[in-house]
Design a binder for this molecule. Sequence first.
Ligand code: AMP
Length: 635
Amino acid sequence: MADTTYRAFYERSIKDPDGFWAEQATLIDWSKPFTKVLDYSRPPFAKWFVGGETNLCHNAVDRHLAARGDQKALVYISTEVNEERSYTYRELHAEVQRVAAMMQSLGVRKGDRVVAYMPMIPEACFAMLACARIGAIHSVVFGGFAAHSLAARIDDAKPKLMITADGGMRAGKSVLYKHLVDEAIGLAQFPPEKVVIFNRGLDTGMARTAGRDLDYAELRAKHMEARVPATWLESNEPSYILYTSGTTGNPKGVQRDVGGYAVALAASMKHIYCGGPGETMFTTSDIGWVVGHSYIIYGPLIAGMTTIMYEGVPIRPDPGIWWKIVQDHKASVMFSAPTAIRVLKKSDVSFMKRHDLSSLKHLFLAGEPLDEPTHRWIMEALGRPVYDHYWQTESGWPMLAPAPGIERTEIKFGSPSFPAFGYDLRLLREADAAEADVDEKAVVAVVPPLPPGCLSTVWGNDERFVKTYFTSFRDKMVYSSFDWGIRDKDGYYFILGRTDDVINVAGHRLGTREIEEAVNMHPAVAECAVVGVNDAVKGQMPLAFAVVKDPARIASADGRAALESEVMKTVDDAIGAIARPRRIHFVTLLPKTRSGKTLRRSIQALAEGRDPGDLTTIEDPGALEQIRAAIAERR
Ligand code: AMP
């Protein structure tokens, strides 16, 4: 019997995971049925749908050909290069096979890694699906990451092939992707043998390395009639790697499986997002992030929807552009981030109201805390439910979310509602892992096994997977999200921010250590501390305090300003402009404990105008005075 309340649905998913997930597994095609829903013989490694064989690309494309071959699968809209292209499921099928064939011709086989460093263009989607089709493992790197970050990901993934474009545009400014790839390959120890370049004509001076660099269009022309059948994969084989920041400098490769991911996405599309075949989904993220993987590419296509791939920013040519897209393409489901809504909130609501938004059922927001004024504003402006929901790169799909496909529960502003089906989510006290009381701040944790779709391990490093995520609580093997949360008396959850040194800039997760390493690359810097501070639009911004080797360089205001620009450029070059600190303050000393630990939380408190807290362990109180003075100083 179908569950009619969220609670009954959720409880069944926890009490009878085998029955629950076997039912959800019927939402996708299997070439071979699984013999066991869950194998949890080696905690915390969970294997879902053991023995079953399927393929993500088959489920996203081929499966729909009979019923909706002529329906649009992918609509690409670029306000950066003023272009619009769309592909039916049949056309998408053909394009993906062409790319699959070109990859095979370059020696890419099942299990090989392909790193995609691409702008938001259809060819990026084709490349991801082509990998999935032949069992190659894609690792998409966000185009905002600079050469050094890209090189670190190349060295971890050791790709056989890279695929890129000559360039892209962001807010009217060009980004030279291929140039950055060249630089990254120069830095990498394990560079790919070949690089395929989709030439958009945006970089007329693009350099080519003979024997290594190949042209996408030329290769495609050789494979126009390609027929590449989907490679059936055991459910637990890897589908992709997506790198994410943590507390240490080197990023972790979140590894995803095939069957569990497909089932989780299909189930979330039905019960959470309520996106059905023939409808249109508009997700405003980027393919370089998990939201792009799950809800621009795989989720909507698995659900037989039309997905919109938008290259551009929300306010160009004017702040009505997204709503025009919703109107023109009759989008029924939208997914975005609070930071974008805060940007839109600055412009007149008439930009939204002049478009016909009658097709839109609801908007989902995730990636960072959604503040109540923003939540209220957008819900009033749209006149539709706007749902906050919470998840992570690791989970691959929502951990806390309402499930309007099951029951339309009341919205509480600023709350991502309840645990999503399949997650035995708890709020645990940091000290003893005991369950927190109502309204008590505690760590958001999940009692394993993690449900289908979540990370299966850290690429090439099972030990890091266990150590990073499952050892926060002594004596208890529980997954830590590294987020603080509380639950109110009605069972609604609220996320209060990270427990670790990770900050969230415009919905993008950045490790403060990673930024510190970048600041330290500047030869004038001896050491530094980076903290996240509140920002009205981006949620948080990094702020850096750097100790200089030669105090003479910061003796004058001009000297400080010049050095600040130089260090910012160093961060841009190392990680990318997304990580650029709002300010770099120079000091001669950082506040540290007697045991040498930098008091980041005290620095952060001062920077946000709060009390610095317990300072009994500080080595030299003068260091804190310097932080105070630096913050007070105006340029
Ligand atoms: P990422 O893996 O980059 O998507 O970042 C995941 C992190 O973003 C989470 O661990 C949270 O800190 C934050 N986050 C995501 N969604 C929400 C939300 N709805 N409310 C508050 N924080 C969120």
